[in-house]
Unconditional design. Structure first.
Length: 306
């Protein structure tokens, strides 16, 4: 399909009567969200469009009905010794990821997507910094559409190699032929020559250009005088801007988004602000509390938007 035309791959969505991010068939989506909540039981925290569950994601995924989640955006533990994880032998870590990813496949809607954000790990004797996604991409029934490179400016400085400035995001879909892709919702308005024409017609889409598979988005920074405004007391927080592009681009308006490793709540926060529903699983109670406080504020902000 030409980049100059609106595109939603495989799914026909009528946007003529819908403003940006306004939920489509909100009652139906709300009923699905509420059905998930009833099945999972009493949440740790709940709002009008979100529910947080304190528990193991593998066990909680088993309680969900098939095909109920439109998009999963998550960043699981990297197996590098953060305060919230126990480092496993690499083969055990891969097996654990395969377990929950296969369960996730079952609960994903037929036209749904799964976006997996991961960093790097040492591979003993073979690699200093191996992208974890290279070990996991084929350990799930999902169809891999493409790898997205998340490029950022801030980061650690290296002495004996190039300084790392990216992480990977794998975009999987349940059906290779029918999936939600709202390209117009995530077009980049920064076009070098917006008025350039060929044979009297504009060469580019008037909304903007395809954002490509390299996303330049700032990290959430910490430290006195340099901390990001959205910084929460969590050691591995990803930015709302990263989640926003994923949620807008790869889930239907008003859809159900899942994060099985909720952490500080960035996925749920962004989902609320873009008119989606969100379910979050988190093993640590202190992170559940951080996320619940954050989401109460986000819900108030979202009320003014929708």
């Amino acid at each position: 399909m030409s980049d100059t035309t609106p595109e939603t791959h495989g799914i026909a969505v009528d946007r003529s009567s819908v403003s940006d991010d306004l939920p489509i068939d909100d009652n139906r989506q709300r009923a699905r969200f509420e059905g998930i909540v009833r099945r999972l039981g009493k949440p740790y925290a709940q709002g009008e469009r979100y529910a947080i569950y304190n528990g193991d994601s593998v066990q909680l995924l088993d309680q969900l009905v098939d095909g109920t989640v439109d998009l999963t955006f998550t960043s699981p533990p990297y197996n590098i010794g953060k305060e919230y994880e126990r480092v496993l032998p690499l083969d055990e870590y891969v097996a654990w990821c395969s377990t929950w990813m296969n369960k996730l496949y079952r609960v994903t809607a037929p036209d749904g997507s799964f976006m997996l954000n991961l960093g790097y790990v040492e591979f003993p004797g073979r690699a200093k910094n191996l992208p974890l996604t290279y070990l996991l991409w084929d350990k799930t029934p999902f169809f891999l559409v493409q790898e997205i490179v998340w490029n950022y400016g801030a980061g650690v400085a290296a002495k004996f190699s190039l300084s790392p400035r990216n992480e990977k995001v794998l975009w999987f879909v349940k059906s290779r032929d029918q999936y939600t892709f709202n390209l117009d919702d995530i077009r980049d308005p920064d076009v070098a020559y917006p008025n350039q024409k060929k044979k009297g017609k504009l060469r580019c889409n008037t909304i903007g250009k395809n954002p490509s598979d390299v996303w330049q988005i700032a990290k959430v920074t910490s430290g006195e005088g340099r901390a990001s405004k959205e910084r929460m007391p969590h050691p591995a927080q990803f930015p709302r801007d990263l989640v926003e592009r994923a949620v807008k681009g790869f889930s239907p308006a008003g859809g159900v988004v899942l994060d099985p490793f909720l952490g500080s709540g960035s996925t749920a926060d962004t989902s609320l602000r873009t008119g989606r529903f969100c379910i979050g699983f988190e093993l640590r109670k202190d992170y559940c509390e951080i996320a619940s406080e954050r989401l109460r504020a986000a819900q108030e902000d979202a009320r003014s938007l929708f």
